[in-house]
Design a protein around this ligand. Structure first.
Ligand code: PMP
Length: 304
């Protein structure tokens, strides 16, 4: 059972979650003309009257940028204020995931972005671990990530998630936990909702922005943390064959945090994952506001 937070933001006001309903003719439902955000909120382990949000400003800016592709002007500050109010109204007591959405809310049959109404909504759902922290098995998907020339991949455009859904279901139905997609050039791109990293000879490697990846906020955080720890990092194209012989592979994302990969296709990866473990622990400490060096990445929301 899904545990949704009781209050949603919908059509410019806060309403009970189960009263937030759209028409069957909503344009975005038919054409995927929406863009999503996704961030975690956790009760402050040091003070249960506070909620911690990780890199809220980056998440709001990315959604505001995604909205531009939909010809919808919504400032990051408006998204931010709504999310903060949303949390205060809901008074969450467990870890949760916030899902903001911008979408074409007008009714009609023409796939277009001009002359169509837009809306911004927010709802929340309780969420513990999305992928096992013990490690996941991955299939190399037969579905390829889209190309930026067909779809603005820097935005989290709803329509793009058909590929993620195809890849994830293909992986799970064939006995794996997650899918790793290649891009149209046959280079490793990312997982169904996470970026990918590998470690070879002590160096942390991840595909660069030119590889049609999503500009992941966790990816950016992991790269910064690694550099500050003195780990060498490089953003470059990655071949499939490199994954099979990597010392460590992990996935990064808001929902997945840092999730170790233990197996890819028929290749078992080494059990020892010192860099993955170090980065995962550091990231979790930062999100729980236990690391004084990264406090500017954490917003503390007081529940009155
Ligand atoms: N790739 C895709 C396709 C995603 O949906 C996500 C989740 N937002 C990510 C990567 C990871 O991004 P982030 O670290 O910002 O959550």
């Amino acid at each position: 059972m899904n545990n949704f937070l009781p209050i949603a933001y919908f059509q410019n006001k806060f309403v009970p979650f189960n009263k937030a309903k759209v028409s069957i003719a909503t344009q975005a439902l038919h054409y995927g003309t929406g863009a999503i955000g996704g961030l975690r909120g956790i009760p402050d382990p040091q003070n249960d009257k506070q909620i911690l949000l990780f890199r809220l400003d980056r998440h709001c800016q990315r959604l505001s940028d995604s909205a531009k592709y939909l010809h919808y002007d919504i400032p990051a500050s408006k998204i931010r204020e709504t999310i903060v109010d949303f949390i205060k109204k809901n008074q969450p007591s467990k870890s949760f995931y916030i899902r903001p959405l911008v979408y074409t809310s007008g009714l009609g049959i023409a796939p277009r972005l001009h002359n169509v109404e837009k809306d911004f909504l927010v709802y929340g759902i309780e969420l513990a671990d999305y992928l096992s922290p013990e490690g996941v098995s991955c299939r190399i998907s037969s579905w390829y990530r889209q190309e930026d020339r067909s779809l603005p991949l820097r935005g989290k455009i709803s329509a793009a998630y058909i590929t993620s859904a195809l890849a994830k279901t293909e992986a799970v139905e064939s006995g794996f936990d997650e899918a790793i997609m290649m891009n149209s050039q046959g280079k490793i791109c990312e997982a169904s909702g996470m970026n990918i990293f590998l470690v070879r000879n002590g160096q942390l490697i991840t595909p660069g922005f030119e590889q049609d990846i999503l500009e992941g906020i966790t990816r950016d955080s992991v790269l910064t943390i690694a550099r500050n720890l003195g780990i060498k990092t490089i953003e470059r194209p990655v071949d499939k064959s490199e994954l099979f012989i990597a010392d460590e592979v992990f996935l990064s994302g808001t929902a997945a945090k840092v999730a170790p990969v233990k197996k890819i296709e028929n290749y078992q990866l080494p059990e020892s994952k010192p860099i993955t473990t170090k980065l995962r622990e550091k990231l979790i400490a930062i999100t729980e506001n236990r690391d004084p060096d990264y406090q500017d990445w954490v917003d503390v929301i007081a529940l009155e």
